[in-house]
Design a protein around this ligand. Structure first.
Ligand code: BYC
Length: 319
């Protein structure tokens, strides 16, 4: 073994000891390249999910049923955009530029959550997204608040606070509809029927098929596995559906006394794979909307750069 390999082994051992001792890793600390790459992958995908996630709800902004609902929805969507921005900033601390991340999204190299490739057909879908999608996101993100990488963990703390408001506003929409007219209740049930299974897919493949989990758990990027988080979400959400008087679309859903948890049916992993690989109902539409928005914003970026250059030139002249 040469001296360089020895040094690398020592650095990796020190890094792992720090992680094991629950010390946070900060941007300037030494870290294994694979740790950096894993974080860039997960955090940038997370950022993209927040930003693409604005689109399905944005579809209902012009058709919200009242001014109050519209103002609340607008605030929620702006929060999601803000989450994307914190996460892009946090990811930049790992040495990747925002332009590179956008490029990865626009060329299809980087993923974003499968959930945002489903259409929002009725107003009840806005309620279902807040209740289920934000609910699933919080379940996952609470665990990420203890992620070993400091900037990611800190971004998550703030994001979770906002997501918990989002979840409640979604549940309140569902409650209003479930207690409304027969048609409104049917609309709420239909939204639950369509969003339930895709929400469960948000947690990723089963642990036995999760390529990244074991290493991410060892590095304490992930604190709980995909299956553990999915189960946690189901156990918390079933009583919420019962309270609404709605039925979860899973005939195999049943409380298991022995496990102290709900048993549930098999997820359609073929559907998951199709959506991940770009063949969901809205993949093309979502990506096109992001690319168009980026291209459409070019003049703003150019103007900001020209203004900054002019300001710098004036400052240099005055000095
Ligand atoms: N969708 O080895 P695995 C929000 C990929 S937005 C797409 O288990 P990992 C909101 C996975 O990337 C919040 N891809 O991976 C916004 C991997 O592929 P690559 C979104 C998925 O990373 C607006 C492969 O499958 N939350 O709240 O250990 C409005 C194998 O998986 C998915 C986050 O982004 C999926 N569902 O675990 C409303 C959370 N699942 O990258 C709400 C942050 C898996 O190797 N991310 N894949 O090519 C995570 O916690 C983890 O990345 C995951 C996956 C649990 C998702």
């Amino acid at each position: 073994m040469d001296a360089r390999t020895d040094d690398l082994d020592r650095l990796e051992a020190e890094f792992q000891a720090k992680v094991d001792a629950e010390q946070r890793i900060e941007p300037k600390d030494w870290m294994p390249d694979r740790y950096r790459q894993t974080l860039i992958r997960q955090m940038s995908q997370h950022a993209h999910s927040e930003v693409v996630g604005m689109l399905p709800e944005g579809n209902w902004l012009t058709r919200a049923p009242s001014l109050k609902r519209k103002a609340i929805l607008m605030a929620k969507i702006q929060d999601e955009g803000g989450h994307g921005l914190y996460l892009y900033s946090a990811t930049e601390t790992l040495g990747i530029s925002r332009d590179e991340m956008f490029d990865q999204l626009h060329t299809g190299k980087a993923k974003y959550s499968t959930i945002f490739n489903y259409p929002t057909l009725t107003w009840a879908d806005v309620g279902a997204i807040g209740w289920l999608v934000d609910g699933a996101a919080i379940t996952n993100q609470i665990a990420l608040c203890r992620c070993s990488y400091g900037p990611y963990a800190r971004a998550m703390i703030r994001i979770c606070k906002e997501e918990s408001f989002h979840q409640r506003q979604g549940y309140e929409i569902m409650m209003t509809m479930a207690q409304g007219t027969k048609e409104q209740k049917e609309m709420a049930q239909d939204a639950l029927n369509r969003w339930w299974w895709p929400t469960l897919m948000m947690f990723g493949p089963n642990d036995s098929n999760s390529a990244n989990s074991a290493q991410s758990m060892k590095w304490k990027i992930k604190r709980q596995s995909n299956d553990e988080l999915r189960q946690k979400f189901i156990d918390a959400t079933v009583p919420q559906a019962e309270y609404l008087g709605l039925k979860i679309p899973d005939d195999e859903l049943k409380w298991n006394e022995e496990r102290g948890a709900y048993d549930f049916g098999e997820i359609d992993w073929d559907e998951f794979k199709a959506v991940v690989s770009g063949n969901g109902l809205c993949n093309r539409e979502r990506l096109k909307a992001r690319i168009d928005a980026h291209d459409g914003g070019k003049w703003v970026r150019d103007a900001a750069l020209a203004y900054a250059a002019k300001k710098a030139a004036r400052k240099a002249e005055a000095a």
